[in-house]
Design a protein around this ligand. Structure first.
Ligand SMILES: [Zn+2]
Length: 285
């Protein structure tokens, strides 16, 4: 079996960034308490909730404090609210609505922040975000559900897990779901592109190889890395076209790239997205 070198990108290995900062993009709130934000998740006495702000399901965490006013800040990808005990939830939700524009802007900043490095405690928690088919997806713990559900409109992955689910349970559930999606979607795209271009393959499977997005053997067995599920369909299609072209030639000569272009005329776009991808932001499982 000839296994092809492929996409030898510095894939992952940034598993645990050294003591990542405590998401400091919390400033600016009118009444934010500077000492309160950025506590570790799932501390007792705090409750995860979700509020709809301008059509986005936004996770928020309430902490009852002795302070006299309601304070809001952004931390760990969600809104952190500190409020006196006598303020009812409905009033807090009203305040969140009032400040929705500001809060959504801060949240977007938080997600884009270079300092937002993936550490397991934040990556595998209610409200955490990861990329699915090129766009962010939000993880939601949904104890009332019997099985994991994908809400395409809200881009929420609703996990049928108990409220006190551990980080490992969340990670494993997400992992299984993503791999399942990868298997179905890649098989469908591979078949479609193969039929459409008249390039055959003998077998398809998922791979988990570090540093390799895809491979193709001389007898036409195509393997695609399941982590491609984090990328848009253009990227997935490009890797499929690349591997199908290898059933024609094993090298990366000009005629190989001509072959790729015949299979997928606009392959350049997906290729460039993949080349520029920041792999250190991919989740680590
Ligand atoms: Zn190749």
């Amino acid at each position: 079996m000839t296994l092809l070198e492929q996409f030898l990108l510095p894939f992952g290995s940034a598993d645990t960034p050294p003591s990542a900062q405590q998401s400091p993009s919390t400033g600016g709130s009118t009444t934010a308490d500077p000492k309160a934000p950025s506590l570790p998740p799932n501390r007792t006495g705090k409750k995860h909730r979700t509020v709809a702000l301008q059509g986005h399901a936004v996770p928020w965490l309430l902490k009852r404090t002795r302070r006299k006013t309601v304070g809001m800040s952004i931390g760990q990808g969600m809104i952190q609210v500190n409020a006196p005990r006598w303020v009812p939830i409905s009033d807090i939700e009203y305040i969140l609505q009032e400040k929705s524009k500001w809060l959504l802007a801060r949240l977007a900043e938080w997600h884009q922040s270079e300092q937002h490095r993936l550490v397991p405690e934040r990556q595998w928690a209610h409200g955490a975000s990861l990329h699915y088919l090129g766009k962010p997806l939000t993880l939601m713990i949904a104890p009332a559900l019997r099985q994991t559900q994908w809400d395409d409109f809200r881009r929420e992955l609703q996990l049928a897990l108990p409220a006190e689910a551990t980080m490992e349970q969340i990670r494993d559930t997400v992992h299984a779901w993503l791999q399942g999606q990868a298997k179905t979607l890649f098989a469908t795209r591979l078949k479609a592109i193969s039929n459409q271009s008249g390039r055959a393959f003998s077998k398809f499977s998922l791979s988990n190889a570090r540093g390799r997005w895809g491979s193709c053997t001389e007898d036409g067995h195509i393997r695609l890395n399941w982590r491609l599920i984090h990328f848009s369909q253009e990227v997935i299609d490009y890797v499929i076209a690349h591997e199908l072209a290898h059933t024609y030639t094993m090298d990366h000569s000009k005629s190989f790239w001509d072959e790729v272009a015949e299979i997928l005329p606009n392959y350049e776009e997906g290729k460039s997205v993949l080349r520029k991808a920041r792999l250190d932001t991919l989740p680590t499982f």
